[in-house]
Design a protein around this ligand. Sequence first.
Ligand code: ADP
Length: 238
Amino acid sequence: MHNKELSFIYTIAHELKAPIITIEGFLNALLKDFSHELPGDAKEYLSYMDSAVRRLKAVINDLLNLSKSSPDDNKREKFPIKDIINDVIIRMRPIIKQKGIKINIHQGLPLVYGNKKQIELVMENLISNAIKYIGRNNPDPKVDIGAREIDDKKVIFIKDNGIGIDKKYQDKVFDIFERTPAGKKESEGTGIGLFIVKNIIEGHGGKIWVESCKRGGSTFYIYLPEREEDGSIKDSDS
Ligand code: ADP
C-alpha cells in the first residue's frame, strides 16, 4: 500500500476517533446515572449500542495501526527477533495462561533487519492470532515459534494447532476485512491484522504465507531479506 493511501486512512481513522469516544462516554453515563430509571428493553438496546461502539473502536484502532505500516518508514536496524517475541509473549501471558496454551520458542531464531516497531506489530498480530484461533475444545493447545531453512533462506514460523484455515481462504485472509467463517465463530476480529502484517513484510521486501488446513492448525511463515554489505536489501527472489 502506498504512503498516500496510508495517510488517507490515518486521516479518516483519526477523524472518526473523537466522535466515537464521545458516544462511548455518553453511553456509559446513561448506563451509570440512569440505569435504575430505564426499562429492561432500553438497557438491552444500550448494550447492543455498546458492543457496536466497541467494534467500531477496534476497527479504528486497527486502521490507525495500518497507517503506521508504511514501507517508507526507514528507521531500520539489525536485531534479534527473539527479543521481540519474548516481549510479546510476556505481554500476552494472562490470556496464554487462561487458555492453558504451551508456547515453545525454538533455538536458532535469527537476527533480522527491519523496523523494530513494525516487526513487533507483525509478531504481535501473528502470535495473538495463534492464541485467538487455538480452538475452544483443544485438548493440548500449543504454539511453536522458530526458524528453518527453506530454499537456502532462513524463514521464521509461527505454528499453532488450532482451528486452521480452509484451503480456499488461505490467500484471502491477507486481504483487508476478510475473515473465515470458522474464525468468526471463534472470536470477534476486524480482519485487518493480516493485511497490516503483509503490508509491513512486503514493505521490507519480504514474503509471508500460510500453510494450513481446516481443523489442522496453521503455520505462518515470514521471510525477511538480509541487508547487503552496501546497505541495499537482498532481493526476496520473487
Ligand atoms: P482478525 O482481527 O479477524 O483476527 P486477521 O486479519 O488477523 O483479522 O485475520 C483474518 C482472518 O484469518 C481471521 O478472522 C481468521 O478467520 C483467520 N486467521 C488468522 N490467523 C489464524 C490462525 N492462526 N488460525 C486460524 N485462522 C486464522
